[in-house]
Design a protein around this ligand. Structure first.
Ligand code: ATP
Length: 202
């Protein structure tokens, strides 16, 4: 991906491990631009978009709301329980997300840029960054944070976590691991250390 930035930080991790907490801190404390894959993924399926039309053609009325918008919860239920459909859906959305990163990187002029990409590995975006940061936390804590934030039962929280690439695999592929098992001050101190590292990861 063409960009003059010397550091392109790919920020990822498991669901509810603290990715947004870290990207907000990087934006606020270090004034870094944050490009957010979730925004592009939502854009991909915006009302009247070509990808949304393809999704409607594939799944029919059951994923369409009365106002022709996407019924996210119905779609979520389909793909959550069917790996093949999950992969099909991702194959529609991920290329769009990759293109959007490319466009935005073209216009974002900064020495360090944060790319917040929950599905960095799954969307094969690792090549677009110069270093990979994984936010991790103990499973029990991840379940508690996810349950509290999204008001889920234990079973729901567990199955959302188990539906993702295992966090240990992400950690194994990381250049920097942020262990978010304590309070925010502890997390921010780890971010400070990682951002101030002089050596390049390339
Ligand atoms: P998602 O994958 O769902 O987008 P995320 O990885 O971006 O989640 P956050 O939203 O940053 O995770 O954090 C999940 C929840 O845990 C939030 O409610 C956040 O406020 C809380 N949280 C994160 N880190 C800590 C911490 N160190 N101490 C207490 N609460 C925390």
């Amino acid at each position: 991906m063409k960009n003059s930035a010397s550091r392109l930080i790919g920020l990822t991790g498991g669901i509810a491990t603290g990715k947004t907490t870290v990207s907000n801190y990087l934006a606020e404390k270090y004034n870094l631009p944050v490009l957010d894959a979730d925004i592009y993924a939502r854009e991909a399926v915006a009302k009247n978009s070509p990808i949304l039309q393809t999704i409607f053609a594939h799944y029919g009325e059951r994923v369409k709301l009365a106002d022709d918008d996407l019924d996210r919860s119905s779609l979520g239920e389909i793909v959550f329980n069917d790996l093949q459909e999950k992969q099909w859906l991702e194959s529609q959305i991920h290329p769009y997300v990759r293109d959007r990163f490319q466009q935005e990187l073209h216009y974002t002029l900064n020495n360090t840029i944060v790319l917040a990409i929950p599905l960095l590995f799954e969307a094969k975006l690792t090549d677009t960054v110069t270093e990979i940061w994984v936010v991790s936390c103990d499973r029990a804590l991840q379940i508690t944070r996810l349950q509290q934030r999204n008001h889920l039962t234990l079973e729901q929280a567990q199955s959302r976590i188990d539906n993702q690439l295992p966090l240990v695999e992400k950690v194994a592929a990381a250049d920097v691991v942020l262990h978010n098992n304590a309070d925010l001050a502890d997390l921010y101190a780890q971010v400070d250390t990682a951002i101030n590292k002089k050596d390049s990861f390339q």
